[in-house]
Design a protein around this ligand. Sequence first.
Ligand SMILES: *Cc1c(COP(=O)(O)O)cnc(C)c1O
Length: 234
Amino acid sequence: MNNIEKNLASVRNNITHTAIDCERDPTKITLLAVSKTKPVADIVAAYQSGQRDFGENYLQEAEHKIIALSDKQIIWHYIGPIQSNKTRKISQLFDWVHSVDRLKIARRLNETHPENKAPLNILLQVNIDNEPSKSGILADEILPLAQQIESLHRLKLRGLMAIPAIHKDAEQQRKPFVQMREAFTQLQQQYPDCDTLSMGMSGDMQAAIAEGSTLVRIGTAIFGARTPTGSKSH
Ligand SMILES: *Cc1c(COP(=O)(O)O)cnc(C)c1O
């Protein structure tokens, strides 16, 4: 087995065991392989061991990969910050967008998503730690934004996404995930079709699963460390 294949097996195993430990059904947790900065060959290696969902942060880089891999049955997730002049390409290339954080972006994605494709799945990004430097809406803005998005028929609201700060202390680490679970439960009461809570990365996956994550976004644990941006090789 190559490294990626091994790493994927180990991440899947970790998800299964963590889920069982907290009495959750492991099949209800989607593994999103975050392939940003990694070459097409790495995506192919993961694909060949059964991985189908891939996440990208940078549009230009993603566009090249999506075109190169257009013969494969890949579900592409856009998880990076969105500039409003990039919405057309994002809505044309991707199946999911995790980082919707304002109505203007939602409207543009809705206007530009091709009619002949299934509705674009979207998640609202929540700034759960309330950090001024981070993107995302505040928890009390979730329901109002969800309501405004309801009339946008090329979009399908599927749930919430968060990137909480990393904490060394396990108790501290759980807190934002608990808050996200509560916000998600509240959203589901009004929008029962919402089925996706996107949280958990290589460093905090277990805490996220314990608090109800239905989709973990894993880069490093599958593809290895990334070279710092600025020294990318493409
Ligand atoms: C890069 C990234 C990930 C993956 O992070 P790892 O720590 O490498 O697993 C997940 N989510 C988002 C939004 C990212 O930008």
